[in-house]
Write a new protein. Sequence first.
Length: 91
Amino acid sequence: MLILYEAYVRDWKKPKPKPSQLQEERMDFLEPRNTVPKAEHDRMLQEFKEYKKHCSEILKNVEKVEPMMGKPYLKINMDVGDFESLKYQLK
């Protein structure tokens, strides 16, 4: 009987496991978060689609050039005016 009591006392003295980080992360869900209004979200989504379309058009005009001597390079088939406009937009 004494052996069982000693085992019980040893288990009682062991430190309790700390709550996992997952439980701490769940607490973050309880806090209010800043959200973007739907109108602004839709506007941002539309701007992103336009930007993605513009980037896609630029990438369609890119071609790989492999010269006889030297390393291959990429060439963009674009008018000078379009190039200047792109530089201005990226500033």
